[in-house]
Ligand binder design. Structure first.
Ligand SMILES: O=C(O)CCC(=O)C(=O)O
Length: 304
C-alpha cells in the first residue's frame, strides 16, 4: 500500500499530522500513549523477568545476556519474544499498538516480532547505526517497529536516535569487508551519512516511538545506573511477505492481527540485502554488533 492509500483510511489512534510526519521523516513519537497504572503493571512483570535472569549464566532462548552478567550485577540486554512469555506482553502487542500500526501500514496488519531491550551502563549497550529490514527482508518496506518507553528516555540513558528521511535513502550493506554479518553500517557509510542530523528522542515513560524498517537508527551507551527498558514490537502490512527465514520464530508471528489476510502481495522494486541464513537460530543485534555470534564465543547462542 502506498502512503497515500494508507492515509486515505480513517485513522484509529494517530492524528493525520502524526501519520504524515511518519511518512515524511521515517519515524514519529507519540507522548503519553500509556498511563502510570499501565506502566506500573508492566514494570512489575519486567522486574520478575530481571529476577529470573539472575539464575542464568549464558544467553539462551529467553534471555540475551551481556558479558559479565551475574546474579549480583544482572546485565540482561534483551528479553527475547516477550509476547511469548507473559500474557501482559501479548495484550500490549495485540492492543493499541496494533491500532497504531494499522494507521501506518494500512488496515490489514501482520505481527512480526517483539523484544524488550535494556541498557545498564555496562559498556555493552550501544546500538550502532543500522536499518532493520536487512534482518528480515519483505516484498515491500511497510514493516515498522514501535518502541514503548517503560522508563523516561534521555541522552544520559541511551536515547534512541533516528536519521530523519533516511528511510527514503539507500539501504546499507550490514556485512563487513570479510563477509561477516555485523548488523550495522560500516564506519565508511556512517561517515557518508550526516549523523549530526540525528534526532535523539528524549521523552517520558509511556511515550511510543515508531520507525520505518528503512530508517537508520541507533542508540549511544547509557551513562545512567538505572536500567533503561524499551519494549519493541514490529508489524507489517499484510501484503508484505517475508522471503527469508524468520530470525525469531514464535507463536503469533505472521498472524493477521488487524483486518484481513492479503490476496495479492505488494512488491516494492527497490532491492534488499539478504541476511545470513538464521533458520538454525539467531542471537541478538547486540551479539552480532559485538562479534559474539561466533558459536564458540562466551555467551553465544545460535541469532536483531
Ligand atoms: O534499544 C535500542 O536503543 C535500539 C534497539 C534497536 O534498534 C534494535 O533492537 O533493533
Amino acid at each position: 500500500m502506498t502512503p497515500e492509500a494508507v492515509l486515505s483510511h480513517q485513522p484509529r489512534v494517530l492524528s493525520q499530522s502524526q501519520r504524515e510526519s511518519y511518512f515524511g521523516k521515517g519515524y514519529v513519537v507519540v507522548e503519553s500513549m500509556f498511563g502510570p497504572s499501565e506502566l506500573a503493571a508492566i514494570r512489575t512483570v519486567v522486574g520478575e523477568f530481571i529476577e529470573r535472569s539472575k539464575q542464568e549464566t549464558r544467553s539462551g532462548e529467553v534471555f540475551d545476556l551481556a558479558p559479565g552478567h551475574s546474579a549480583g550485577s544482572p546485565r540482561l540486554r534483551r528479553l527475547r519474544r516477550p509476547h511469548q512469555h507473559h500474557p501482559l506482553f501479548w495484550e500490549i502487542t495485540s492492543g493499541v499498538l496494533a491500532d497504531v500500526a494499522a494507521d501506518l501500514v494500512g488496515p490489514d496488519v501482520v505481527f512480526h516480532h517483539s523484544k524488550l531491550n535494556f541498557k545498564w551502563n555496562d559498556g555493552h549497550d550501544q546500538v550502532d547505526w543500522h536499518q532493520d529490514i536487512q534482518f528480515y527482508p519483505h516484498t515491500n518496506y511497510s514493516p515498522l517497529t514501535i518502541g514503548l518507553l517503560l522508563e523516561d528516555m534521555t541522552l544520559a540513558n541511551g536515547a534512541l536516535g533516528f536519521i530523519p528521511e533516511s528511510h527514503t535513502g539507500e539501504l546499507f550493506d550490514q556485512y563487513d569487508e570479510q563477509g561477516q554479518w555485523k548488523g550495522c553500517l560500516s564506519d565508511h557509510d556512517v561517515e557518508r551519512l550526516d549523523v549530526s542530523r540525528a534526532d535523539y528522542i528524549e521523552a517520558a515513560a509511556g511515550a511510543i516511538t515508531v520507525h520505518n524498517c528503512r530508517t537508520v537508527h541507533g542508540s549511544p551507551p547509557s551513562r545512567s545506573t538505572d536500567g533503561r527498558a524499551l519494549l519493541l514490537n514490529a508489524y507489517a502490512s499484510a501484503d508484505a511477505f517475508p522471503y527469508t527465514p524468520h530470525p525469531e520464530p514464535a507463536p503469533h508471528v505472521g498472524e493477521v492481527i488487524r483486518g484481513q489476510p492479503a490476496r495479492w502481495a505488494h512488491h516494492d522494486p527497490r532491492p534488499c540485502l539478504i541476511p545470513p541464513d538464521w533458520s538454525g537460530g539467531y542471537t541478538s543485534i547486540f551479539a552480532a554488533q559485538a562479534g559474539e555470534d561466533d558459536p564458540d564465543a562466551a555467551g553465544s547462542v545460535r541469532p536483531t
